[in-house]
Write a protein that binds this ligand. Structure first.
Ligand code: BGC
Length: 828
């Protein structure tokens, strides 16, 4: 396999922030000062807020161009199609900074082809629990891994003359009610878990922009949090670029400007002359403060060359073939083989002459989750197409969705307006307010509850909330699945009552875009009341209610195809309408999918489950019976090709989990939801996030952090840990491919602490190296551990400290599979 290039990566030297800032060529600063002098105070204020959704206002008099922005982080979302890369969590799953840098470079090229100056990525909010609707965009649960991936991404983008914008700063780790929740996180936890990816992007890659988050952090909006923006990012780390708000994430112009925000996006709602001029006159905002903000915008523009050249690079093809190749290579390295028993995988072309590809995620392709991270590619390869293309000469590939869509399920759910008699349908009351108060403006009978902006009915105009009341009679008594599907954000609020009992509550918060419950219903009419508020058209304006009896969902033809074929591939998971920005998701797979998997496993023992998701999903109902399980993440536009290559063994899987997959949701260590009756999300687990938390509790996850199988085997040997220059340690060891296939492995270096005055995780990832080896080949790997690798953040001295003593140095293939043990001694 020539495409599997050999590479061994080691840690990079950490530049400190002050040094990064000093790299400013003096002539950059001279030009900035020269421009600044020529601006009036009104012009300066105009520069501190965007315009037209994605632009910074131009100053034609000084030839300052209109600066253009685009999402981020999985490709260049705005202004037409672009390469859809494997999403952030998949980038992290490659454990290959070189690969991530090449992704960044192609995203940067796509940005140049569109004339974009600010690329709104990477996203690095730490994965605390699988429910966060934006986990798919972010880079996993570990700050060290996320930092390596973020630095690589930023370097790749910025080398193209485009600034990266690392987001969302900080502790925006859930989507429900994201403008109002208050993340309560202690300082040590922020420094050790939630900040490092941002810090590394500033110090090592000199990222040009940071986007603050929507949430409050410790009682203060992130966008007006002086500690966060000024003390930590600008003063401690030496950040000299642009601190911008998230879209609509500025809540008070004066407070934001004084706290360190340089740019309000998308427009001057708060940061405008009306608010700032009087504040300046009254001495509430100083001109020096305004100047510092303006300087940062000018500095970024000068530094990236935006004054001196046209940003649109017409020499870059819009349909980027080089980008496609990188998307494919990255997907090959990102996909994780979670389980493979009985040699099901790779599928043997000689034996497998027919394959049934079943499930909602088989076709069309599911390259990306939803929201602002959803890049629309020119073309995307589905798993069905990928596998059919790869097997065209040797096997027949059959396809069945197996399950109805959520829309079809909602359409098939019939109601009557009364328990006895009445008419077919459900009584709808539409209100002009989101609290459903007063007299409804429209009352009518709807056939069903299934609203979606594209196709299907839309909500009546000038209404803001709805109540649906009807009766549902099961065909036969027994277990029923009920679901409500909604768009995220403010259109996602609903509550469902069955026989006057609250069954699903998405009313004050918004736990899931598609929320589900299972109830035992007898065969009589049951009163159903669904209340819903808000619209959220930008996320699709959806509302659907479905009720289905267990046992009748799976199409018999899918079962027959699975039974007749030599193998069945079951493609399940989420998509952009069920896992998205603006809402969270359930741990449980979307409605009907567990049932589909179980039926397919019963029909054919040669079965592979392929999961599309941004993180862990509930597998408890079937994982013991599934011989092979593959984690696809959102694999980008070439995902179907890469999946097929992995299923067939043309590519040996080398992706590793950047998050821990729990067996049961209760096992997850995070305090994910707000304290009852409050908006406060208390990060009570502190630094014990992900594997740090599982290890503390002694809980075995389903698949540990760092886990991923290969079709070959590796052996680790000859560990040496030696003190090196500048207080660092060099960790060297051999990795040998002891199997019969070319393959890549990720050697992971964890450090265990010496005794310390604060509770420290049993071990923490501090280095890694992805190594590709031919059969029989051995490579000596070197990983450098710097002072930070041994340190914790000491809140009293406000500095990083490592106590003298013996630190364990563990080399392993996951957080649980440790192969070699050594030690590093720090002397007093
Ligand atoms: C998201 C940001 C995004 C911005 C612009 C916001 O809703 O939170 O991540 O960059 O929109 O699309």
């Amino acid at each position: 396999m020539p495409r599997l290039l050999s590479s061994a990566l080691s840690l990079v030297i950490i530049l400190n922030g002050a040094a990064a800032a000093r790299q400013n060529a003096p002539d950059v600063e001279r030009r900035v000062e020269d421009l600044l002098k020529q601006l009036t105070i009104e012009e300066k204020i105009e520069l501190l807020a965007g315009v037209d959704d994605f632009f910074v206002r131009p100053v034609p008099r000084l030839k300052l161009p209109r600066l253009k922005m685009a999402d981020g982080p999985n490709g260049v979302r705005n202004f037409g199609p672009a390469t859809a890369m494997p999403s952030g969590v998949a980038m992290a799953a490659t454990w290959n900074p070189q690969r991530v840098e090449s992704i960044g470079a192609e995203i940067g090229r796509d940005a140049r082809a569109k004339g974009v100056h600010f690329l709104l990525g990477p996203g690095v909010n730490i994965y605390r629990a699988p429910m966060n609707g934006r986990n798919f965009e972010y880079m996993g649960e570990d700050p060290f891994l996320a930092a390596r991936a973020a630095v690589a991404y930023v370097r790749g983008v910025q080398a193209q003359g485009v600034t990266a914008t690392i987001k969302h700063f900080a502790a925006n780790n859930s989507e429900f009610d994201r403008h109002n929740t208050d993340s309560v996180v202690d300082e040590r936890t922020l420094r050790e878990i939630y900040f490092p990816a941002f810090e590394a992007a500033v110090r090592e890659a000199r990222v040009g922009a940071i986007m603050s988050s929507y949430n409050f952090l410790n009682g203060e909006h992130a966008s007006q949090n002086r500690h966060l923006m000024t003390e930590v990012a600008k003063q401690d780390w030496g950040f000299d670029g642009v601190m911008m708000s998230d879209w609509g994430g500025t809540y008070d112009g004066v407070a934001a400007v004084n706290a360190g925000q340089d740019l309000e996006m998308p427009g001057p709602r708060h940061t405008n002359a009306k608010n700032l001029l009087p504040a300046i006159e009254q001495g509430k905002v100083s001109v020096a403060t305004i100047d510092d903000h303006v300087r940062r915008i000018l500095r970024t523009a000068v530094r990236f060359g935006w004054y001196d050249r046209e940003q649109t690079d017409l020499s870059i093809p819009r349909y980027n073939q080089q980008g496609r190749r990188v998307a494919l290579e990255a997907a090959r390295e990102a996909i994780v083989l979670l389980k493979n028993e009985g040699g099901v995988l790779p599928l043997d072309r000689k034996r497998v002459k027919s394959v049934a590809v079943v499930g909602p995620n088989a076709y069309p392709a599911v390259p990306m989750g939803g929201g602002s991270g959803r890049v629309e590619p020119f073309a995307a390869v589905s798993l069905l197409e990928g596998l059919s293309n790869a097997l065209a000469q040797t096997a027949n590939v059959y396809h069945h969705r197996g399950l109805p869509t959520l829309s079809e399920l909602a359409d098939a759910t019939s109601f009557r307006t009364a328990a006895e008699g009445g008419e077919a349908g459900i009584r709808a009351e539409y209100f002009d307010n989101a609290d459903l108060t007063g007299t409804p403006v429209i009352t009518r009978t709807e056939r069903r509850v299934n609203f979606r902006r594209q196709g299907g009915a839309s909500f009546p105009e000038k209404t803001a909330g709805d109540r649906f009341t009807g009766f549902f009679t099961p065909k036969t008594a027994g277990e029923h699945d009920l679901f409500v599907e909604s768009s995220g954000e403010d259109g996602g609020r609903f509550r469902l009552f069955v026989d006057d009992k609250l069954v699903l509550d998405n009313w004050t918060t918004h736990p899931a875009m598609v929320n589900q419950a299972t109830l035992n219903l007898d065969a009589r009419p049951h009163k159903i009341v669904l209340e819903h508020r808000g619209r959220s058209y930008w996320l699709g304006g959806r509302l659907a209610l479905g009720i289905t009896g267990r046992g009748g969902l799976i199409d018999p033809q899918a079962r027959e195809l699975a039974a007749r074929s030599d193998a069945v591939v079951i493609a399940v998971g989420f998509d952009h309408e069920t896992e998205s920005e603006g809402a969270d998701r359930t741990f449980r797979l979307p409605p009907g999918q567990d049932e589909l998997i179980k039926e397919m496993l019963a029909a054919n023992k040669n079965a592979v489950v392929v999961i599309t998701s941004g993180g862990g999903v509930g597998m408890g109902e079937w994982v013991e019976r599934a011989p092979a399980v593959v984690q696809a993440w959102y694999p980008g536009q070439e995902g179907g090709t890469a999946l097929a290559e992995i299923l067939l063994g043309d590519v040996n899987p080398s992706g590793r989990l950047p998050v821990t997959f729990e067996r049961r949701l209760e096992d997850n260590p995070a305090n994910y939801y707000p304290q009852p009756g409050t908006k406060r999300i208390v990060y009570g687990e502190g630094v014990f996030v992900g594997y740090r938390g599982y290890e503390k509790a002694g809980t075995r996850p389903l698949f540990p952090f760092g886990h991923g199988l290969s079709y070959t085997t590796f052996k680790y040997d000859n560990l040496a840990v030696k003190p090196a220059r500048g207080g660092t340690f060099e960790v060297t060891f051999d990795v040998k491919n002891t199997g019969s296939r070319v393959g890549g492995d990720v050697a992971q270096v964890y450090v265990t602490p010496a005794s310390a005055p604060v509770p420290r995780p049993a071990k923490e990832l501090k280095g890694f190296s992805k190594v590709f080896l031919r059969p029989g080949e051995t490579k000596r790997v070197t990983v450098t551990l710097d002072a930070r690798a041994f340190s914790y953040y000491d809140v009293n001295s406000k500095s990083w400290r490592a106590e003298p003593g013996d630190y364990g140095v563990l080399v392993g293939r996951s957080s649980e599979q440790i192969e070699l043990r050594g030690k590093a001694t720090l002397s007093p």
